[in-house]
Design a protein around this ligand. Structure first.
Ligand code: SF4
Length: 105
């Protein structure tokens, strides 16, 4: 019986220590993600064809958010209304640093 109680206590202590470690790691090792990348990725066609020069739509979205791509029409398969929606979104939605993206159709 003592062995079982000891095992339960050890499991509780181990769980608490590991949980504390994960909590500390989450606080100090957190990678800040720009949520605009996911939003713009969802606004692109999703063909992942690579004709934009990026390995997929998420790469293109990341490049647009970072300002490396200046025109949404770099994505040839995208429709005009989707291009306009992306421009409207990126020019009006600030990122984590508070700045918006200067991008054209
Ligand atoms: S061209 Fe458009 S659809 Fe093709 S991978 Fe690039 S963003 Fe995606």
């Amino acid at each position: 019986m003592d062995t079982m109680v000891t095992a339960i206590i050890m499991m509780l202590v181990l769980g608490a220590v590991l949980g504390l470690g994960l909590g500390i790691a989450d606080k100090f090792l957190k990678v800040e993600v720009d949520e605009r990348v996911d939003t713009v990725t969802s606004m692109l066609p999703g063909y992942n064809c690579g004709s934009c020069g990026f390995p997929g739509c998420s790469g293109m979205a990341e490049a647009m958010v970072e300002g490396k791509v200046k025109t949404v029409s770099t994505c040839k398969p995208s429709k005009p209304d989707a291009r306009q929606a992306i421009v409207d979104y990126l020019t009006s939605t600030p990122g984590p640093d508070g700045s918006t993206v200067d991008i054209k159709i």
